[in-house]
Design a protein around this ligand. Sequence first.
Ligand SMILES: [Zn+2]
Length: 111
Amino acid sequence: MDSHTVAGVGNIYANEALFLAGIHPARAAGRIGLARYQRLATCVQQVLEESLAQGGTTLRDFVNGDGQPGYFSLYLRVYGKGGQACPLCKTSLKEVRQGQRGTVYCPRCQR
Ligand SMILES: [Zn+2]
């Protein structure tokens, strides 16, 4: 997953949306079929709507000065939860570093 894959969406939200869509973060964008793209777009919208509903403020405010998510992290499914159980299948979530960014995903749910 690079920043072009999910244009305009912060890393946290990209992690969350890819999880919801069941798409592996390392999957090349060109190898995602149209149906999955459409599902991903729906999931991005869902994540953004959830974050706004739960925080009622701008996306930027969910990240504190250390670059970590603030209280909104209570609602996150995978971001920042590497090594913890997947909320869907209980498999241990994997965390990989991609440049400066941490990416967390479920190796079972996301393909
Ligand atoms: Zn899973």
